[in-house]
Design a protein around this ligand. Structure first.
Ligand SMILES: NC(=O)c1ccc[n+]([C@@H]2O[C@H](COP(=O)([O-])OP(=O)(O)OC[C@H]3O[C@@H](n4cnc5c(N)ncnc54)[C@H](O)[C@@H]3O)[C@@H](O)[C@H]2O)c1
Length: 261
């Protein structure tokens, strides 16, 4: 499949996990890609994994929570690619704690990176996407947006916000030819779920020591032997952001191996 030949894509969170797998998938399908991440080490890892396809890969260090950094990063990406057809907002962090012990700074950091970061990248890329071909944006919600995930109130709120925002954007920009969808991954091995995130920001503290683990009994995939690899999500993201998804907008796709029905 070469759905990305002639296609220009920006992927945030491209230095680890699902974002990195999406970059590699789009390159494998012939695309030209800018991988953006706050982690330089993560981006270097993505370049190494791209092999020969790295000639079609540009990396940009960008903090999605910082307005000036997003403005500069998007401008660099659009210049490097000569335009933009697809944007994937995979950058994100997870913080877990009892809600009654969660600091305002921690709650706001999760909202800032996940929700406000997605808004900033969307806002800055819309002018280029308006001029793009079959323009499409894929945002990252989560199963936590619709199903209870204890000790992750800020994260769940950020992902619910992203999902709602995606519907509003789809309606607002359908006339401009830009599609907006979100994915809801769950139970995917990545820096976020195994704590080995490329950036310390993504490897947040784990569950509280006294967490009631029985609450997680319901959160196991029905398919397979456990967590799936990030490429499982990347393939779906690549479809949604390609012309194969040309008649899909304003919706979400759950990719969780049947953890939730
Ligand atoms: N893994 C799962 O099971 C799962 C489930 C639901 C949703 N998600 C979502 O998938 C997306 C990708 O996460 P992942 O699981 O691959 O985790 P990951 O930690 O492997 O990747 C996240 C990437 O985002 C980057 N990042 C963090 N803060 C940033 C910032 N301020 N600016 C730019 N980049 C930043 C990190 O450096 C990292 O490379 C996230 O939005 C996450 O919330 C993952």
């Amino acid at each position: 499949m070469n759905r990305y030949e002639g296609r220009r894509a920006l992927v945030t969170g491209g230095g680890s996990g699902i974002g990195q797998a999406t970059v590699l998938r789009m390159l494998a399908e012939g695309g030209r890609v800018v991988a953006a991440d706050v982690s330089e080490a993560g981006l270097a890892d993505t370049v190494a994994k791209a092999g020969d396809a790295a000639t079609r890969l540009t990396t940009v260090v960008m903090d999605v929570a910082d307005e000036d950094s997003v403005k500069a990063g998007v401008a660099t990406a659009v210049q490097a690619l000569g335009g933009l057809d697809a944007v994937v907002n995979a950058a994100g962090i997870l913080r877990s704690s009892h809600t009654h012990e969660t600091t305002l700074a921690s709650f706001e950091q999760v909202l800032r990176i996940n929700l406000v970061g997605t808004f900033l990248v969307v806002r800055e890329t819309i002018p280029a996407l308006r001029e793009g071909n079959g323009a499409a944006v894929v945002n990252f919600s989560s199963t936590s947006a619709m199903f209870a995930h204890p000790y992750m109130a800020a994260y769940a709120a950020s992902k619910g916000g992203i999902q709602s925002m995606t519907h509003a954007l789809a309606s607002e920009y359908a006339g401009a030819g830009i599609r907006f969808n979100s994915v809801q991954p769950g139970s995917i091995s990545s820096g976020m779920t195994d704590g080995s995130g490329a950036s310390k920001q993504s490897a947040g503290p784990g569950l509280p020591a006294d967490a009631d683990m029985s609450l997680f009994m319901k959160l196991a995939p029905a398919l397979g032997q456990g967590f799936a690899g990030p490429e499982t999500v990347a393939g779906v993201v690549a479809m949604l952001a390609s012309d194969d998804g040309a008649f899909i907008t304003g919706t979400e796709v759950r990719i969780d191996g049947g953890t939730h029905f």
